[in-house]
Design a protein around this ligand. Structure first.
Ligand SMILES: Nc1ncnc2c1ncn2[C@@H]1O[C@H](COP(=O)(O)OP(=O)(O)OP(=O)(O)O)[C@@H](O)[C@H]1O
Ligand SMILES: [Mg+2]
Length: 302
């Protein structure tokens, strides 16, 4: 590993200005020239990304593109070259970072035998000193979050005894109980039924509106990625190859190129809907142009 020895704390590279957020202000999450090597594999190559206060960016990309690695670098959980800043700070102590950034991992590690109520209360740990027990306020916050995630009555169950979707909501509950300004979500809806997918993403959106939560998420469901959040960024080949409004990024050609997938993109008023197809569409420019006129009448985005 040629990167930093203390993850997320120092950089060998000269400082470069962090890319401004979409509103031109200093970003809440700033990633600049980020390089990560894992066991000799160069996973991220000069990634630049800025997320403004209250903004929600969905990172998409094929398996192994480095999406989880990017989130882990923002958290300081992997060594990197380059710069990561949270609210303008590049050098954060672990506890300080935990108060500012909450994380829902793709593969959470849950202590065996732990009760749901105790697991959610772990989210309050960054807010108290090491020897202090939880306060009534901590318990109230944990109970409120369980309630909002449709988990009332689950507190005395062990996390292992839950179904996959209940467990995923419990992990999100721990992150929300943390009441951090930044929320990193790694595939937060994979195990959820359709109703709970909507509940969870709408709750995150409500928190964003209520208290300016900044969200950086990875989602494999491209239609959900288009519907929730402000912008979509494609991570491929270790770099962000495109970022922008969903309708601009989620095109047939981009999805074919970066996911090797055959899809139709339906132009719905709430955002593009991505439908897998069995036949490979023609993604050449000429065909796109000709097809777009014919498809427009059917509400299909070329
Ligand atoms: N500790 C490690 N050692 C070596 N390679 C690793 C290690 N951790 C991850 N990788 C590799 O780094 C690449 C990026 O992994 P990462 O988990 O970030 O991908 P991802 O985009 O989140 O994929 P997915 O969509 O499957 O979740 C993958 O090829 C993975 O095998
Ligand atoms: Mg991943």
């Amino acid at each position: 590993m040629s990167g930093v020895t203390a993850p997320g704390v120092t950089s060998k590279r000269p400082e470069q200005p962090v890319e401004a957020g979409c509103d031109g202000l200093a970003p809440v999450v700033g990633v600049n020239s980020l390089d990560v090597r894992l066991d000799g594999t160069h996973v991220l190559r000069g990634v630049r990304l800025a997320v403004s206060e209250g903004e929600w960016i969905n990172i998409i990309g094929p398996n192994g593109a480095g999406k989880t690695t990017l989130l882990r670098a923002v958290l300081g959980l992997v060594a990197y070259d380059g710069e990561v800043s949270i609210e303008g700070l590049t050098k954060l102590r672990r506890a300080e970072r935990a108060r500012k950034v909450a994380y829902v991992p793709q593969t959470p590690v849950i202590p065996p035998g732990m009760l749901v109520a105790d697991y959610v209360l772990l989210g309050r740990t960054p807010h108290r000193s090491i020897f202090a027990g939880e306060t009534p306020a901590d318990r109230r916050i944990a109970a409120e979050v369980l309630d909002r995630l449709d988990l009332r009555g689950f507190g005395e169950r062990t996390v292992q005894s839950l179904s996959g979707g209940e467990r995923q909501r419990t992990v999100l509950a721990r992150a929300l109980a943390q009441q951090a300004d930044v929320l990193l979500l790694d595939e937060p809806t994979t195990a959820l039924d359709l109703g709970h997918q909507q509940d969870v993403l709408e709750l995150v959106d409500a928190l964003r509106r209520e208290r300016g939560l900044t969200v950086l998420a990875t989602l494999h469901d491209l239609t959900l990625a288009a519907r929730y959040g402000d912008q979509v960024a494609i991570l491929a080949g270790g770099v962000i190859v495109q970022r922008g409004p969903p309708a601009q990024v989620l095109t047939v050609a981009n999805i074919a190129e970066h996911f090797d997938a055959h899809v139709r993109v339906i132009d719905d008023p709430e955002g593009p809907v991505i439908v897998p197809t069995t036949a490979a569409p023609d993604t050449t420019t000429a065909a796109d142009g000709a097809a777009s006129q014919a498809q427009h009448a059917e509400g299909v985005q070329p």
